[in-house]
Design a protein around this ligand. Structure first.
Ligand code: DX5
Ligand code: ZN
Length: 218
């Protein structure tokens, strides 16, 4: 089992009517991060949740809150996500007009700053902000929905990003369609944080989270 790989279950696939227990159970099952998918119905064609929900579950766990903002112009919302207890705030390169300023603001408030990049976007745009980044999130589906199919050509992008990161202290996260069928491929390519929604939570009501998380590490 590979413990250098961090597993970040996306609660988007959890049972919202039982969210408190889902958080407690996923921590017991060996999750490293809680991945929180914030969608605004504008940057992506779907709407999820915001700061009040994040704040309300913050006290339930000590796990890292890995907040993925799929929102247009995130700057005016950052304070609310910081106050809600985010540990990592990841913004989309496609959604920011002043990415360098946004990343520096997040870091100035004591959070780690991540940049997410859609399947069509070029990683070379990250080159000029690499020294501001704590995490790069490679989208392996088009953002907006859980349960989509992993885009195979992203393996090459993950490997190129790994090369770009070089020996910097930057986490390389992948998100979308991650399952035991491709977890080895993405980690071989250089990913060290795996987001997973459906493959951990949603397969059936009696899903064994410990087994599902272990399967992603193997
Ligand atoms: C997609 C989200 C993902 C998604 C992952 O827009 O960013 O985090 O919920 O879900 P699965 O693992 O089901 O693809
Ligand atoms: Zn996500």
């Amino acid at each position: 089992m590979n413990n250098d790989i961090k597993i970040a279950p996306s609660i988007l696939a959890s049972d919202f009517s039982n969210l408190k227990n889902e958080i407690i159970d996923i921590e017991k099952a060996g999750a490293d991060f809680i991945h929180l998918d914030v969608m605004d119905g504008h940057f992506v064609p779907n709407l999820t949740f915001g700061p009040p929900l994040i704040k309300s579950i913050r006290g339930l766990t000590k796990l890292v809150f890995d907040v993925h903002l799929m929102v247009s112009n995130p700057d005016y919302l950052l304070d609310q996500y910081i106050d809600a207890g985010s540990d990592i705030i990841t913004v989309h390169i496609e959604a920011c007009n002043h990415l360098d300023r946004t990343l520096n603001y997040i870091k100035s408030k004591g959070c780690k700053a991540g940049v997410a990049i859609n399947p069509h976007s070029d990683i070379n745009f990250l080159e000029n902000v690499l020294d501001e980044i704590d995490l790069i999130l490679i989208m392996t589906v088009n953002p907006g929905f859980g349960g989509q199919k992993f885009i195979q050509s992203m393996l090459k992008k993950i490997a190129l990003t790994k090369t770009l990161i070089d020996n910097r202290d930057i986490l390389l996260e992948v998100d979308g369609g991650i399952s035991p069928l491709n977890s080895k491929d993405v980690t071989n390519a250089g990913a060290n944080v795996l987001v997973a929604g459906s493959s951990i939570f949603a397969s059936n009501r009696n899903a064994d989270y410990t087994k599902n998380i272990a399967a992603l590490r193997n």
